[in-house]
Design a protein around this ligand. Sequence first.
Ligand SMILES: [Zn+2]
Length: 81
Amino acid sequence: MRNIYKCVVCGTFTEDSTHCGKPAKLVINGELRNRLSHLMTYLLRHNPGAVGLSMDREGWVGINKLVNAIRTGGTQGHTHG
Ligand SMILES: [Zn+2]
């Protein structure tokens, strides 16, 4: 996968290394993006319990819950934010 950058001028996330005529800031490199993509797919499609996630009745998980679960590996309890 391609790197993701954030424009330092307008704040847009982009796969281009320049935006608004200036070098954009690297957010995540392509290899890590690829690994994160596979991890999210595994957790959401196959095994949310691996990191302590639970879905609602319609199969949704809050983005903050997902990010926090990935960051902590499901080893921590409730946290704020
Ligand atoms: Zn821009």
